[in-house]
Design a protein around this ligand. Structure first.
Ligand SMILES: Nc1nc2c(c(=O)[nH]1)N[C@H]1C(S)=C(S)[C@@H](COP(=O)(O)OP(=O)(O)OC[C@H]3O[C@@H](n4cnc5c(=O)[nH]c(N)nc54)[C@H](O)[C@@H]3O)O[C@H]1N2
Ligand SMILES: Nc1nc2c(c(=O)[nH]1)N[C@H]1C(S)=C(S)[C@@H](COP(=O)(O)OP(=O)(O)OC[C@H]3O[C@@H](n4cnc5c(=O)[nH]c(N)nc54)[C@H](O)[C@@H]3O)O[C@H]1N2
Ligand code: SF4
Ligand SMILES: [Mo]
Length: 753
């Protein structure tokens, strides 16, 4: 019996894990106490990953389509034949001078650079993830305002008040296991947690207060809180004056109109609640922080909402403070850079990598908009020759996935050749011409890490704890073998014999190298300045040096590159923005942003479609369960035993008006934007834990493929949700669709598409 440390990937939180293995089988998965972030804890999904490895319907061999695309007729082929076929296609695109006609669509990439290496070596910029469906609006806002990172990691453990705008971190959020522990620690010391959600999520249920609101109005509520704080002089004037790019007078002018009364009218949150929370937040500061996630930003106005929420921390002066809103690097490549040779990033831009009309998002976060991909492919606005899908299930998880995305993927004139690299017979695999069987995360190599809530950056190792079944291979081996068969130029970037030897070279950057990591699973760095806010940390530079200069804004440069900011006679780090200050105004983006963004702070832009008009109209929102990850855990029976269906949550009073009872089949159709009369059917679940104007369906089910355990369970809400993008942030507007709910639906159940 052996105990082997590795990193979980049953969701993107990446908790440290230890596998107990005997005779080539995993007996148990537990947390790795050495992980400074998750500290030895795993959630239910982590423990159930044994089911994933042992799924009887796993892909085991390379397959070639023999029938019509989508017909499900496959023939087993050798790796040699598979690699030759793909390499031939890639070579053709390169020889034709159109490497950009190769597109890689990926979902969960934790190789932290290998997919980039592959696509960069081929010369295509079209490495496209799911970022725009996930958290792009939030990341855009944080990147624009502080630049150091695109992800906040608040110091929950020491906070006294936590204002949560639409994060469900007791069940989901990228920091789940690490966050919950710290928040509960603080609450045992008397901290309060207040949650805004349109549903009584498990996070809302665990909070001191649950405040339901109209979808898409979190930003206005935050702005109104800011207005109260400014009006009542409850703000950190020193921080605003010295560390933001607008004086207090500009902040005040910008917030003047956002009264609690207006916010109350739009959001349904009482003006008195807004006033009270604003005062409480200011009083608890600096030991106060916001937290937010997709509830607040997965909207047409998500970028604005996130900006307004983050700005509350600037107003109260909690940024970088103990118990406040914090940030810390999370990219493993900062501690352990990729081993060479690293190909240059191709300079070409395409309408896939840089969709027209999104200048700001393309500047700040290129290759991240996802909602436009399939509409653009379907309408022929872009054309490709080869699609490689990796760890992604667009027909399930994209807006209009089961219809528009699936149809596009089945259309050989739009997608002439489609390779799917997957571990399971997914809805993406259904539409492929060639299928490559991947090793799962318990059978492969990576270095990985997350922004750490202990503020000690670390490097973790993902290593095989068992051998993959059949002819499954590690993604690094798959891509290297293909690259080496394309041509010499591409091959030159893949000199490593195996995934293991690549990771060994990579791990040389950490003390003890791969051997130490294999034993401990994690290496933790010693941060130098734990007690100083990152922007106040001293920079080792002397103004007397010949190549050091200070400009009129106080920005200190060395050989022309900004290194910090002069503050009270000392050079400190500042924020990683053009003037090293927190960006209240987006003054440096005048060429790509409308004027209000440049000259005022965060704004409230209401959702452009009208909300529900009558009793049978509702906002449709979707959400994540604690025991499922996206659409990818529906094959894991320990998890479907706990939650195996996704009924439609509806408030009992709203249901009563429509004659709907618990367990009834209801029909849902889309009324706005772009009506879609075709109904999807779901079981009604009557619960006062839902806002009266909202129906909620979780997003983990509705498979028509994905093996025996997954197929046929529940319903896929994405049939009703149109591709619809925040025009500034570039993120998909998931929670803004207006649906009509009809009672007395016919019973059904077999067809879930
Ligand atoms: N309605 C609605 N839709 C949503 C959301 C929502 O809240 N509501 N959430 C959105 C969000 S936040 C995101 S991030 C996206 C995620 O959307 P995706 O990126 O598509 O989802 P993932 O679960 O990361 O990956 C899915 C697929 O990867 C494949 N897979 C699983 N394990 C392996 C493996 O070991 N190797 C390989 N090669 N493949 C594997 C499986 O086919 C699985 O279905 O979905 C979005 N879609
Ligand atoms: N268990 C589990 N954990 C996961 C994942 C998973 O699939 N399952 N996926 C990972 C990924 S990729 C992501 S992006 C994160 C997502 O993590 P979260 O963003 O925390 O989770 P979601 O369920 O997408 O959305 C959060 C909440 O938004 C609420 N909501 C909807 N509209 C509004 C609104 O207008 N205002 C407010 N205030 N709330 C609203 C929903 O009811 C839901 O409870 O989780 C990560 N962790
Ligand atoms: S939160 Fe759960 S599923 Fe996600 S990485 Fe951690 S243990 Fe694994
Ligand atoms: Mo996500």
């Amino acid at each position: 019996m052996k105990r082997i440390p590795t990193l979980c990937l049953n969701c993107s939180t990446v908790c440290g894990m230890v596998a107990t293995v005997d005779g080539g089988r995993i007996l148990k998965l537990e947390g790795n106490p050495r992980d400074p972030n998750s500290r030895g804890k795993l959630c239910a999904k982590g423990q159930a990953a044994i089911n994933m490895v042992e799924d009887p319907d796993r892909l085991r061999y390379p397959l070639k389509r023999v029938g019509r695309r989508g017909s499900g007729q496959w023939q087993r082929i050798s790796w040699q034949e598979a690699v030759d076929t793909i390499a031939e296609r890639l070579r053709r695109a390169r020889e034709a001078g159109h490497p950009e006609r190769v597109m890689l669509q990926y979902g969960r990439d934790r190789t932290n650079g290998f997919l980039d290496r592959f696509m960069d070596a081929l010369g295509s910029p079209n490495k496209l993830g799911h970022r725009g469906l996930c958290s792009l609006n939030k990341r855009m806002a944080i990147r624009a305002m502080i630049g150091d990172t695109d992800w906040d990691t608040a110091d929950f453990a020491h906070a006294r008040l936590i204002l949560n705008f639409g994060s469900n971190f007791f069940e989901a959020h990228q920091g789940h296991v690490a966050m919950v522990q710290r928040v509960q620690e603080a609450r045992r010391q008397g901290a309060r947690l207040v949650t805004f959600d349109v549903r009584l999520s498990n996070t809302a249920a665990k909070s001191d207060e649950w405040i339901p609101l109209i979808p898409g109005t979190d930003g206005l509520v935050a702005l109104a809180m800011g207005q109260v704080m400014l009006e009542e002089n409850l703000v950190d004037i020193a921080f605003l004056e010295e560390w933001t790019n607008a004086p207090v007078a500009v902040w005040k002018a910008s917030y003047r109109n956002f009264t609690p009364e207006w916010a109350a009218e739009e959001s349904g949150v009482p003006a008195e609640t807004i006033r009270r929370l604003a005062r409480e937040f200011a009083k608890a500061a600096p030991q106060a922080t916001t937290v937010s996630n997709r509830g607040a930003h997965a909207h047409e106005n998500g970028f604005d909402n996130e900006r307004a929420i983050v700005a509350l921390n600037a107003l109260a002066g909690t940024i970088g403070q103990r118990g406040g809103w914090n940030y810390t690097p999370g990219d493993v490549n900062q501690l352990a850079p990729q081993p060479g040779p690293v190909p240059p990033r191709p300079r070409i831009e395409t309408p896939l990598s840089h969709p027209p009309g999104f200048g700001f998002a393309n500047r700040l976060y290129p290759r991240a908009i996802s909602s436009t991909i399939y509409p653009d492919l379907q309408d022929g606005r872009v054309s490709i020759e080869v699609l490689i899908s990796y760890y992604v299930n667009a027909p399930m998880s994209w807006p209009e996935g089961p219809d528009l995305v699936r149809e596009t993927l089945l259309d050989e004139t739009r997608i002439p050749f489609h390779v799917a690299i997957d571990a399971f017979p997914s809805e993406t695999v259904e539409t492929a011409d060639l299928v490559l069987p991947d090793a799962t995360f318990l059978e492969r190599w990576d270095l990985d890490a997350r922004n750490s809530y202990s503020y000690a950056p670390y490097v973790g190792l993902r290593q095989p704890v068992v051998a993959p079944p059949g002819e499954c291979r590690d993604i690094r081996d798959i891509l290297s073998t293909i690259a080496r068969s394309v041509d010499e130029t591409t091959a030159a970037y893949f000199p490593y014999e195996s995934a293991e030897s690549f990771v060994r070279a990579w791990a040389e950057a950490v003390p003890g190298g791969l051997e130490a990591l294999q034993k401990e699973g994690i290496w933790v760095s010693e941060p130098k300045y734990r007690d100083l806010p990152p922007f106040l940390r001293p920079v080792e530079v002397s103004l007397d040096e010949a190549d050091v200069a200070v400009d009129e804004r106080g920005v200190v440069t060395r050989r022309g590159t900004p290194v910090g900011r002069l503050s009270r006679g000392q050079v400190v780090q500042g924020f990683n923005t053009p003037d090293r200050r927190f960006q209240f105004l987006l003054a440096d983006y005048a060429d790509v942003l409308p004027a209000p963004y440049v000259h005022t702070g965060p704004q409230y832009r209401p959702i452009s479609v009208e909300g529900p008009r009558q009793d049978d109209e509702f906002y449709l929102v979707s959400f994540k369960w604690n025991v499922h990850t996206q659409s990818r855990t529906a094959n894991q029976p320990w998890l479907t035993d706990i939650v195996g269906d996704n009924p439609c949550w509806i408030h009992p009073e709203a249901a009563r008006k429509l004659g709907i009872q618990e367990g009834d089949w209801v029909g849902l159709s889309r009324v706005r934007p772009r009506p879609r009369p075709d109904e999807i059917r779901a079981r009604a679940h009557l619960t006062p834990a839902t806002h009266r104007k909202v129906v909620a369906i979780s997003a983990s089910f509705g498979h028509w493929q994905y093996g025996r355990n997954a197929k046929g369970r529940g319903v896929n809400p994405n049939r009703l949700i149109p591709a619809w993008t925040d025009p500034v942030g570039g993120g998909q507007a998931w929670n803004d669709t207006i649906v009509r709910v009809r009672g007395n639906g016919r019973p059904g159940g077999e067809g879930t598409r």
